[in-house]
Design a protein around this ligand. Structure first.
Ligand code: GUN
Length: 301
């Protein structure tokens, strides 16, 4: 039976460390702050944003909650982003995605100051990631790397197959795993909706990452026995027996894969909590850079 990769536990340990560092920074007069911008009322986004704000508060960080109606214009959102760029209390800015259809996501993300890009979605940070340089890395891919490292899974020399080519998960994750260094050095294949014979590719994987947003896409015959499986899917399946009217299902047949995989991450309780921990990590990283700048100003060095 597969070992279950407990993202909640790993993320909880990371959050305890981050909280300690946040307290130390506060003693130097710097309280990490994140602006959380939500446009509209998509129920999944509302729930993600409240989970992020709760985690920020628990870590001792400050969050500035900014909401715009679904009908907001792109220039209003850009103005809000620029206000946050100029606000010295704000170390990081998160624009919750997806944005309403009439707003060009990429044009908005381009206006986030790259030094406050806690989500790592600005092309400047994505470019640095691709070059193997230090940057703000997107939280979900970064969280998957941490989860593998904490579970003792070494990607070096392994064949990692990623199913899904999104700009938020598949593409940055492929590049992180391809880079040289600790937790990386993998051989990477990226599959997507136009891939011919998906199962042929997934069966080659030593580490299989399902990030397609399709409930139960990965079934037992698609997985090599002994593989490590990371499930990034968060699909809401209508279920009247649940209080909220839905249950969450990942992109894998979790129960079916238990006897096949060596390790597998569950949904919920797998990658989701890791994403939040990495958002705190990125916010703290930005705040440390501010503390460093303020220190340099004071000491003139
Ligand atoms: N929507 C789904 N996941 C994410 C995320 O990690 N960041 C942002 N900004 N929006 C999301």
């Amino acid at each position: 039976m597969a070992e279950i990769l407990d993202g909640k536990k790993i993320a909880g340990d990371m959050r305890a460390l981050i909280r300690g560092e946040t307290q130390a920074l506060a003693l130097r007069g710097v309280r990490p702050g994140l602006a959380v911008i939500l446009v509209g009322e998509d129920p999944a986004s509302v729930s993600y944003v409240s989970a992020k704000e709760k985690a920020l508060a628990e870590a001792g960080m400050f969050s500035l909650d900014r909401r715009l109606p679904e009908s907001a214009r792109e220039d209003e959102l850009v103005r809000l982003v620029e206000e946050c760029n100029a606000d010295p209390r704000i170390d990081g800015i998160l624009v919750q995605l997806p944005l309403p259809k009439h707003i060009d996501e990429q044009r908005v993300l381009l206006r986030v100051d790259p030094s406050k890009d806690a989500d790592g979605f600005h092309p400047f940070n994505l470019g640095k990631l691709m070059l193997g340089q230090d940057a703000f890395y997107p939280c979900t891919p970064y969280g998957i790397l941490k989860m593998l490292a904490c579970a003792g899974v070494r990607a070096r020399g392994k064949h990692v197959v990623i199913v899904g080519r999104s700009a938020t998960v598949g593409k940055p994750l492929a590049n992180l795993l391809l880079n040289r260094g600790e937790g990386a050095d993998a051989t990477v294949t990226v599959c997507h909706s136009a891939t011919a014979d998906l199962a042929f590719h997934t069966r080659q994987a030593d580490i299989l990452i399902a990030a397609a947003g399709r409930a139960g896409l990965i079934t037992p015959p698609m997985v090599k026995p002994g593989a490590v499986v990371i499930d990034v899917g968060v699909n809401r399946i209508p279920d009247v027996s649940k209080k909220k009217g839905f249950r969450l299902q990942g992109d894998t047949d979790f129960e079916g894969l238990l006897p096949v995989a060596a390790k597998i991450s569950p949904v919920p309780g797998g990658v989701g909590p890791m994403t939040i921990a990495m958002l705190l990590h990125n916010t703290l990283k930005a705040a440390k850079a501010r503390a460093e700048r303020e220190n340099q100003k004071e000491t003139g060095v």
